[in-house]
Design a protein around this ligand. Sequence first.
Ligand code: ADP
Ligand code: MG
Length: 416
Amino acid sequence: MTLLKGLLINLLVILVLVLFYNMVVVNQQKRISPRFQKSVLAFFSSILIILSLLLAIAIEENFVYDLRFIPFLLGSLYGGKKVTLWLGALLITARIPIGGDGIWLTALLVICFSLIFFCLSSRFEEKPIKWRLFFTTFLAFLYSILALLIPSFYYGFHTIETFFIYSLVLTAATFFVTYLTELLRTTCILQQKTIKNEKMEIVSHLAASISHEVRNPLTSIIGFLQLILEQRDVPDKCKIYASLALDEASRTAVIIDDYLTFANPHPEKLHALEIDKEILQCRDLISPLALKHSVDMKIVFFHTDKIKGEPHKFRQALLNICKNSIEAMPTGGTLTIVTATKYNETFIHITDTGQGMSPAHLARLGEPYFSLKEQKGTGLGMMVVFRIVEGMGGNIKVNSEEQIGTSITLSFPSFA
Ligand code: ADP
Ligand code: MG
């Protein structure tokens, strides 16, 4: 009974701190850099490990039992390799003052499980929630069995009751704590998505209602300005004015095209797109801008499949991304485009060596009117990219580090 009571108090402390961590970090996720988030996760897990050890119950002389495995497990799997190393070292060090042969057992288990976490942590967050729940629960069950079975062989202490209580509480507690963590993360992600979608909805209505009305007269204006420029008897001064007006009108046309694509993102005619052809066309269109910024373009094709979409829109998405990348490298750099096919998915990685974005700016990427380019930017480019890719059933992942660069990965279901 003492063991059960002790473990339940330990569980309560863990639940309270998980909720607190959620309040501090998960809700502020978009404003905190991933590196700092990991440090905070390591900090909370460390506190929980120490508190668990303080609340530990001695079953047999020199052997204490508690739920320290939960912060070790979750901290390592969500935090990555460095956090695993730190928590593993902390677990062993913090166990030393309690003394006894239990230290060797702790060290053995920590090393074995650290190796498992090391192999898994990089892929853990990509797995479905059900898999994560099942896996963490299974690991906790395995740990609970080993933590009692190994010493009981050598020291002959075991009662079925202890086995049963420890194993059941640790396994069930791990399941519930993981479930709670996932629930809180999902709620936060959904909340942010809803806010973004509401904004998009407003822009979409606006775009649909005014863009068409403006596009047609604008096409005539551009046409007439071009005619003026072609006339021989027009004074040079007028031609300069007409050329300036044409530049501005063309820029407006680009903005309206972005709005129109946004208002109607779903491809009307789905084609099997040959990505290499589209990317090469995009390169031809963008190369004058790249040349102006002394940007070197590298393109490598490794993909084997085609994807489904509308060429014009797909090209527009690529152009918008590449334009941003080049604009982020005002003093030159490298823009790399690499394609790949893996498990029926086709990937396009676009990487630049530009000025990058802070986590706060990265979180706002794709929001209507978000631009850091003052007069020059419209804040529509990435919004349209997100919309087009979504319309093609694809996904976008963006990584960016200030002064290092940005890498954007588009993934689409392959089309045989
Ligand atoms: P715009 O280019 O008109 O400003 P976008 O939606 O295309 O609007 O981009 C929004 C903002 O995101 C840009 O102003 C820029 O600050 C930032 N951004 C986008 N792509 C990159 C990139 N590759 N590197 C650095 N910053 C970027
Ligand atoms: Mg842009």
